[in-house]
Design a protein around this ligand. Structure first.
Ligand SMILES: Nc1ncnc2c1ncn2[C@@H]1O[C@H](COP(=O)(O)OP(=O)(O)O)[C@@H](O)[C@H]1O
Ligand SMILES: [Mg+2]
Ligand SMILES: [Zn+2]
Length: 300
């Protein structure tokens, strides 16, 4: 099999695999169990928090040969095709680059016919708020008279920019940004499965830099592996991401509080912004704080 980046390789395959977002997954599971799946959903939230992943799991749940079931088997042809992105009945469209009326008309044609092999067709419209006004209206007509067995999932980072009439015809789920703990746990699990050794500190830096996005955390992990190999130390990840070591920052803050930077002994060369330690304290006093509070910078 060709090389797959970590974030894609470890895309969750069931609702229970999805980190956080229980308010979404529980509601969807119940809807499937009770045969009350809506025709249109809005999945909103920041990038990399599980919107596309949840939409694909919904498609699997509806089309699994053992389903519709909240727990798709992952083994039947339908589950496998959807996971591989080759199912004819799961249509993914990036509305950011297909925003016009013609594309939506084409889409309406596509969904007019019954699903090829499955029970339901699932249309995933990414960045749906980017559709033009005309295209939104055309989509609205489809949502007003939804074709049988077609489910629309509109994923968006800006739900407030969707037209009201579309919003009022859809069930809206907001995917929240993930917490530091949620983010840290997943790459840790994946690192284990990928036989990577990663220091706690390095994991913490990655989780913090990801700012609530699990995809970003996994991309950073990927980057760290490319830089460090299979053993990922704290120090190198900080170098890679340009993060100053915590103890160095503390020293700096203390020195500033005391009105003197003379006692700072850390090596700033890795941050690329200041001379290295070991010079006379007079020089250090003058230069170190300049790295942050520059009095010689053009605009400073
Ligand atoms: N809630 C989550 N739980 C587990 N993995 C996640 C989650 N959100 C994102 N990921 C990871 O990030 C990748 C991209 O997620 P995706 O669902 O495409 O995000 P988006 O919200 O931008 O659609 C997934 O393949 C998966 O590896
Ligand atoms: Mg997405
Ligand atoms: Zn299946």
């Amino acid at each position: 099999m060709s090389y797959q980046v970590i974030a894609r390789k470890w895309r969750p395959q069931t609702f229970d695999d999805l980190v956080g977002q229980q308010h979404v997954t529980e509601t969807l599971k119940n809807a499937i169990k009770n045969d009350r799946v809506a025709h249109a959903y809005i999945f909103s939230g920041a990038r990399g928090v599980g919107k596309t992943t949840a939409a694909r799991i919904l498609a699997k749940a509806l089309n699994c040969v053992r389903g519709p079931t909240p727990q798709p088997c992952g083994e039947c042809d339908s589950c496998k095709e959807i996971a591989a992105g080759t199912s004819l009945d799961v249509i993914e469209i990036d509305a950011a680059s297909n925003r016009g009326i013609d594309q939506i008309r084409e889409l309406r044609e596509m969904v007019r016919y019954a699903p090829a092999a499955s029970r339901s067709k699932v249309v995933i419209l990414d960045e749906a708020h980017m559709l033009t006004g005309e295209a939104s209206n055309a989509l609205l007509k489809t949502l007003e008279e939804p074709p049988d067995r077609v489910i629309f999932v509109m994923a968006t980072t800006q739900p407030e920019d969707l037209v009201d009439t579309i919003r009022s015809r859809s069930q809206h789920f907001h995917f929240r940004a993930l917490t530091f703990a949620e983010i840290a746990r997943r790459p840790e699990e994946i690192a284990k499965k990928e036989n990577l050794k990663i220091e706690q500190g390095a994991m913490a830096v990655i989780a913090r830099m990801a700012e609530g996005s699990l995809r970003d955390a996994l991309s950073l992990l990927e980057q760290a592996r490319a830089y460090c190999g299979d053993t990922i130390p704290d120090k190198e990840v900080r170098e890679l991401l340009g993060v100053v070591p915590e103890d160095a920052l503390e020293e700096l803050i203390q020195a500033i509080a005391q009105g003197s930077a003379g006692g700072i002994g850390f090596d700033c060369s890795n941050t690329g912004s200041a001379p290295s330690a070991g010079e006379g304290s007079g020089t250090v006093q003058r230069r170190r704080p300049n790295a942050i509070f520059s009095d010689s910078a053009p605009n400073g």
